[in-house]
Design a protein around this ligand. Structure first.
Ligand code: ADP
Ligand code: MG
Length: 570
């Protein structure tokens, strides 16, 4: 094929792909435009996860009738004029390509009226082709309607995820801007249902309350850190309020939500010694610095930024987090555990299980402390004691076994769980039902999944708006705080896009077991140590925890002899 210039139509669809990845990208761009237009009230409506309709209505400065056609032209913007402006950006938009992109891949309607106009004007565009402008009565401000997104880009449609996932992305975008702009009243509906409604009174904590619920929001620690070059404010969770993923790491630079992995690491360093392994805090940090310190013109979506002094910002964030944490609790809190109870075992039953001897290890293996391959049973063990309140030492027919008490207990609980018939997981009524508040998007998801959650032994009911009542929990996790167990499930649903699968059931159970299992650092009586090892011996796959990590290390007699120079030479 000879080289030729692409048609404007194809070029604009390619460019649109960079800006509009999914419905949430449209919501983001329209919301940014409304905020740049100084709106004090914004209403957002989405239908079918934004695929059928996204409508954003604002009471901002509006667009005049003459300028309406310009607004949807590529590289047409009112926000910058010259190249130097790129280093002084104080608006969310500046590239002048969002409306052009969106209008080229949807049925697009832009209605607007400025304070000077007696009536409004409306421009309609379909797949990038203008359908004309007309005059009509309209309120001050701008309303953008985006219908049938991607209707002319079937390839993009295919890449969209489950509606639930797309809705979560939209929720996230709106939540972030609502927090960044607490002085703006934002009302947000998905599928006709109110997801968020902020008062616009400027109180950021109030917005957080409407997102997380009162209980959780009020547990947050406030961050306030200021010097002449920087201001960092926001909220971070105390060390007992954590998640299993980084989904609630939110960073804003000059009121723009941004993604920056290094800031996440800065936060984790700030939390050093305050968190258990594998747990992540919830963090909303609003950083204000001179616009010259940040280059936002790195990527079409403007979510990634380049910092003039990344190392400096990193240490400021780490410091701000640390200081806030210390103000709440001067000493790290990780040693506290969740009131775990040891399960009762009947040794006689367990002892009847037949244990094959471990397979022969290769010579090479014998030279190293070797993690034994999974799927093998373990021999009968004699418990000797506990080391560092974390590992159990046991003697077997061939040497020593070092057992990770947490991993081992996870395995034990997991197998007990899955051995129960799926419909008969036994559950235990709580003396007092526990009320748990969740975010609107979590509530929507949980409502869909209630029958499935019941199968796991949780008796959970809708209690009110975004509130659930837990009346019973699986017997196997009876020592665990019901709320913690319930939140473990929410974490999993949020990560998995195709729930109701068998693997998910196992994943969920593994997650609950992880929470319920005895922790490292917890002192166990000899009785408890023995009971745990007995239980482990009875497991089908005792050598790994449900997540695949080893539960034990075997130091064979042979290895010991070699290490002590009793046999052969090393
Ligand atoms: P950018 O925001 O990068 O300038 P957009 O394509 O998003 O580019 O918007 C193009 C222009 O249309 C903006 O510069 C602004 O002048 C105008 N505009 C878009 N949305 C609004 C709105 N909600 N209110 C007022 N003006 C708007
Ligand atoms: Mg814009």
């Amino acid at each position: 094929m000879p080289i030729h210039v692409l048609s404007a139509d194809i070029a604009s669809k390619i460019a649109a792909g960079e800006v509009v990845e999914r419905p949430a990208s449209v919501v983001k761009e329209l919301l940014e435009n409304a905020l740049d237009a100084k709106a004090s009230e914004i209403n957002i409506r989405c239908l079918e996860a934004g695929k059928k309709l996204i409508e954003v209505e604002d009471n901002g400065i509006g667009i005049s009738g003459e300028e309406l056609p310009l607004a949807v032209l590529r590289h047409a913007t009112s926000k910058i004029e010259q190249a130097e402006d790129l280093f002084q950006i104080r608006t969310l938009g500046f590239r002048g390509e969002a409306l052009a992109s969106i209008a080229s891949i949807s049925r697009f309607t832009l209605t607007s009226r400025t304070a000077e106009m007696e009536y409004g004007t409306r421009l309609e565009v379909e797949g990038g082709i203008s359908k004309g402008i007309r005059i009509l009565g309209a309120p001050f401000g701008t309303t953008v309607r985006v219908e049938d997104l991607f209707y002319n880009v079937p390839a993009r449609q295919k890449f969209l995820k489950h509606d639930q996932t797309e809705r979560q992305h939209i929720d996230q975008v709106v939540a972030n801007y609502a927090l960044a702009y607490p002085q703006v009243k934002i009302k947000f509906f998905q599928e006709g249902r109110e997801v968020l409604n902020t008062s616009g009174n400027g109180n950021r904590l109030e917005v957080l309350v409407s997102l997380l619920g009162v209980d959780t929001a009020l547990k947050m620690i406030e961050v306030m850190f200021e010097d002449n070059r920087i201001r960092i404010s926001g909220f971070i969770s105390p060390s007992h309020l954590t998640r299993s993923n980084r989904k609630d790491f939110h960073f804003f630079i000059n009121q723009r939500p941004i993604q920056d992995i290094s800031l996440g690491s800065a936060v984790m360093q700030g939390y050093q010694n305050y968190l258990m392994v594998g747990r992540y805090p919830m963090v909303w940090l609003f950083i204000e610095i001179d616009p010259q310190e940040v280059d936002v013109n790195v990527h079409p979506t403007k979510a990634e930024v380049r910092l003039a002094n990344p190392g400096w910002l990193f240490s400021q964030v780490q410091h701000a987090v640390r200081r806030a944490l210390m103000s709440r609790s001067p000493f790290p809190e990780v040693t506290s555990n969740s009131g775990w109870e040891f399960p009762v075992v009947q040794p006689s039953v367990v002892r009847t299980v037949n244990h094959p001897e471990p397979a022969e290890l290769s010579e090479q293996d014998k030279y190293h402390q070797k993690v034994i391959t999974p799927t093998e049973r373990i021999p009968l063990l004699r418990v000797i004691g506990q080391v560092a309140s974390t590992y159990l030492i046991a003697e077997g027919p061939d040497g020593l076994y070092l057992i990770d008490q947490h991993a081992a207990h996870e395995r034990v609980l997991f197998e007990k769980f899955i051995r129960q018939a799926p419909d008969q997981i036994s559950s235990q009524n709580l003396l007092e039902p526990v009320i748990v508040e969740v975010t609107a998007s979590q509530a929507r998801m949980l409502e869909d999944q209630l029958p499935f959650i019941k199968k796991l032994g949780f008796d959970v009911e809708i209690f009110g708006a975004n509130t659930f009542q837990i009346r019973s929990i699986p017997t196997l996790v009876k020592g665990l705080a019901p709320e913690a167990a319930f939140r473990a499930i929410i974490d999993d649903f949020e990560e998995d896009e195709t729930p109701l699968q068998r693997e998910l059931l196992h994943k969920l159970i593994a997650r609950i077991c992880k929470r319920a299992a005895v922790k490292g650092g917890q002192v166990l009586t000899l009785e408890e140590q023995r009971a745990l090892v007995l239980d482990l011996e009875a497991c089908e796959s005792p050598r790994t925890c449900p997540h695949g990590r080893p539960t034990m290390i075997h130091l064979s007699v042979d290895l010991l002899e070699r290490q002590f120079g009793r046999r052969g030479a090393i």
